[in-house]
Design a binder for this molecule. Structure first.
Ligand code: HEM
Length: 148
């Protein structure tokens, strides 16, 4: 009987061991959200600050923002990026089609803005992977923003 008990305990221990190992593996491979990898709300706020300063200085596109309430615009942008990257925020601004309707934004304007954003992300040394994911989340908005 003794050997049967030993065998049962052995099998049970092995089961627990394998169970723990696979759970641990799953926990180790579960990736953090883009929001967390970017550095959360403080990092996103810093990115939006630098980015909007670049846009304001960018003579290719700054005319679009001549009458913009910049602090309010920044707050909306932070919420939008925070939400789109899996963070805890809720964007309550207009949808992209409504927000940019009638502006006559061209592909060149859109590209200029993306260039400014990339310059900011490079300045903050955002890794290629996270940079790609963020641009990938914003890219599909082009069809609603570019109207000319
Ligand atoms: C992926 C690219 C873009 C994103 C994520 C984006 C995002 C936004 C957001 C969140 C708003 C605020 C909407 C609201 O007021 O409720 C906004 C407004 C605006 N966007 Fe964009 N935008 C993009 C591209 C562009 C481009 C390319 C231009 C022009 C060059 C542009 C010009 C404007 C202007 C002028 C406003 C109105 C600001 C105001 O209230 O005065 N946007 N955009």
């Amino acid at each position: 009987m003794q050997w049967k008990r030993r065998l049962a305990i052995g099998v049970l221990s092995l089961g627990i061991l394998v169970g723990c190992a696979t759970t641990g593996e799953r926990m180790a491979t579960k990736e953090k959200s883009l929001y967390d990898r970017l550095g959360g709300k403080p990092a996103i706020t810093a990115v939006v600050d630098d980015f909007t300063a670049r846009v304001a200085a960018d003579r290719r596109i700054n005319r679009f923002f001549a009458n913009t309430d910049v602090p309010a615009f920044k707050a909306k942008l932070v919420d939008q990026i925070c939400e789109a990257s899996g963070g805890p925020c809720k964007y309550t601004g207009k949808d992209m089609k409504t927000a940019h309707a009638g502006m006559g934004v061209t592909d060149a304007d859109f590209n200029a803005l993306v260039e400014d954003l990339v310059a900011t992300l490079d300045k903050f040394k955002v890794p290629e992977k996270e940079k790609g994911e963020l641009l990938g989340a914003l890219g599909p908005m082009r069809k609603d923003i570019v109207t000319r």
